[in-house]
Design a protein around this ligand. Structure first.
Ligand SMILES: Nc1ncnc2c1ncn2[C@@H]1O[C@H](COP(=O)(O)OP(=O)(O)OP(=O)(O)O)[C@@H](O)[C@H]1O
Length: 599
């Protein structure tokens, strides 16, 4: 696919604004050229007005038509006219810049939103292959590059190309030989430029990678500041960061310096060509000097616009090449996710509906049973399947425990149940109906309490009512969740109560408190089916008792699926499933599976 097609795919929806931008840039160039073109005649007029009016038909016509009664007035009004043209040009220049920034920044915001939405809706297995640094870099840095290193140069190069083409036609009409000489003289600049173009793309790629690695180094070093400090790894992460920021600086210096090469060459070569042409035609061929001077005048004026237009065009092409990697990356992500088979299960309306799920009355229902039927799942990057023919049936209100050795497939099964992973074969039936026929509805039924809860750097209240705007939080439901998750005492002891900030990822809370916030979150969101991944980390007896109590209190009213690492947690479960190498090895009551001697 061509660069331009990729650009249009990412820039979708606002193509008309691009055409407006090209038009506005052209108008500014035109006014500028017109204004500059008037300066010469004005100086001539001011120097000897009488002679100019006598010799120039145009000035004579102006003088007669507008009824000037003195030459001084003509000079004055002509001067005022030039000032008005420049004022107009200045105003249009300002408005065009303002408009172009509006288009570009609005477009950047639109691409940022689109990328973020795309990532939010991307199949879960897509996220298993990515790093958050990659998302942060694309949404913050690369979208900026897309606007100022792809969109803007694209528009500017079209307007420069039009100006250049017009000037070339004008020059060709004036003196085609001089034009040929000028173009031939520019040949070395084309050669150097085509050599640089390949490098520019490579430097752009290295610069993108360096930015991403810098974010990774910050994430690793500061994200795990506890471990960094305890293991004394400050120097290691400092060096990592140093390496990447210097790499970015190195390639940016190369790119920015390389941008001046075509500009300098074009200027030097064009001036050399024009001066050389005059010398040769005058000294060697003895051409009529007056005729040469006449063409030189047109060339000099045309070159005034041609040199900047040509060097700006070269600069724009340089930027477009340099940002080719950024464009490729954004295009590939958008295209890959938007066309992904699994994405078809995802409903874009989820984005609109998910934030308000909790305050809507639940339309989703679970009245009888959940049937997991013959599930087969293999990770895209894994040589062997993680789940093979897993089946189980769970009645409404039952609690089931999943146990098995590390790597047996418990988390994978839970991820399939949470519809994060879509199985290659098999199905899950809710009251006899496949959940895949209406995933948004299924998602309103299941809640997840992972081993390590993701807490936002916000208050306890906002972490429990996760994803609900503050004004829409239901207080009654919030306090029910706090009580049921055994958090009441903690909240009452805190000076700011539910308004206490938990810190990034909940650093100001203990592991047990964090998990109870997770339970409260699932309860606030009124999920019928709760999937609980019990924390493996050793919790103190009191915390463990509180968590077990809150889980036990839910038994019967909620359907619970618990991945257990401590057998005491699943004592009360109606049924236990033992997973082994991706299959259900045994199932039965706690007494059958855990207490009975194994054959
Ligand atoms: N993202 C992944 N890509 C490839 N293979 C994976 C991925 N995640 C898990 N696996 C593999 O799938 C199998 C089941 O892993 P899973 O995490 O489901 O086990 P588990 O029973 O939950 O283990 P644990 O109790 O240690 O959490 C393992 O062999 C594991 O290596």
């Amino acid at each position: 696919m061509s660069y331009f097609q990729k650009f249009l795919y990412v820039f979708s929806g606002h193509q008309r604004q691009l055409i407006w931008l090209v038009g506005i840039f052209l108008l500014t160039s035109l006014l500028e050229a017109f204004g500059i073109g008037l300066i010469g005649p004005f100086l001539n007029l001011a120097g000897d007005a009488e002679k100019v009016v006598q010799q120039s038909d145009t000035f004579n016509w102006i003088y007669q038509t507008f009824g000037f009664n003195s030459l001084e007035k003509l000079v004055l009004w002509f001067g005022i006219f030039i000032i008005v043209i420049f004022l107009l040009k200045g105003a249009i220049y300002f408005l065009s810049k303002r408009y172009s920034y509006k288009v570009l920044f609005d477009q950047r915001a639109a691409v940022q939103e689109r990328l973020f939405n795309t990532y939010l809706l991307a199949p879960y297995d897509f996220h298993l292959t990515r790093n958050t640094a990659d998302y942060i870099n694309k949404i913050t840095n690369e979208t900026h590059r897309f606007c100022f290193m792809v969109s803007l140069p694209m528009v500017e190069s079209v307007s420069h190309a039009i100006v250049i083409a017009t000037l070339l036609v004008l020059m060709a009409k004036t003196n085609s030989l001089l034009l040929t000489v000028s173009l031939a003289a520019l040949f070395p600049a084309f050669v150097v430029f085509s050599f640089l173009v390949k490098r520019l793309k490579q430097w752009g790629k290295l610069s993108t990678i360096a930015r991403e690695e810098t974010i990774k180094a910050v994430n690793h070093g500061l994200g795990g500041i506890k471990e960094t400090r305890v293991f004394g790894c400050e120097n290691y992460f400092r060096k990592e960061l140093e390496e990447h920021v210097h790499e970015e600086a190195r390639v940016e210096i190369l790119f920015q310096s390389a941008q001046f090469v075509p500009r300098t060459m074009i200027e030097t070569l064009l001036i050399t060509a024009i001066v050389g042409f005059v010398c040769v035609s005058q000294l060697l061929i003895g051409q009529d000097f007056q005729a040469a001077i006449a063409s030189m005048g047109v060339f000099a004026v045309a070159s005034l616009r041609l040199i900047p237009a040509a060097s700006n065009l070269a600069e724009c092409i340089g930027k477009l090449r340099n940002s080719a990697h950024s464009l490729d990356m954004m295009y590939l992500d958008l295209k890959e996710i938007e066309n992904n088979e699994s994405s078809k299960y995802e409903n874009p309306s989820l984005l609109a509906s998910s934030s308000s799920t909790s305050d809507q009355k639940h339309s989703s229902n679970f009245s009888e049973s959940l049937k997991i039927s013959d599930i087969f799942y293999q990770y895209p990057s894994s040589p062997k399947p993680s789940l093979v023919g897993v089946s189980m049936e769970i009645k409404r209100g039952e609690s089931i425990g999943l146990i098995g050795q590390s790597g047996a497939g418990k988390t994978t099964l839970v991820d399939v149940m949470l519809s994060l992973l879509i199985p290659q074969s098999g199905d899950i039936f809710l009251d006899g109906k496949s959940i895949y026929s209406d995933l948004p509805n299924w998602r309103k039924l299941v809640g997840y309490i992972p081993q390590s809860i993701f807490l936002t750097d916000d208050t306890i209240e906002k972490n429990i009512a996760f994803g609900v705007p503050k004004a829409e939080i239901d207080n009654e439901r919030l306090w029910y969740a706090i009580k049921a998750a055994q958090l009441e005492e903690l909240v009452q002891d805190l000076p700011n109560g539910i308004d206490t900030a938990v810190g990034e990822r909940g650093v100001r809370l203990s592991g047990g408190q964090r998990q109870r916030i997770g339970i409260a979150r699932a309860l606030y969101h009124q999920r019928e089916i709760l999937v609980l991944d019990e924390a493996t980390s050793a919790l103190d007896n009191e915390t463990e008792r509180l968590i077990s109590e809150s889980i036990r209190a839910l038994a019967g009213s909620k359907t619970l699926i618990i991945i257990a690492h401590r057998l005491s947690t699943i004592e009360h479960c109606d049924r236990i499933y033992v997973l082994d190498k991706g299959t259900v090895a045994r199932s039965g009551t706690y007494a059958d599976v855990v207490l009975a001697p194994q054959k």
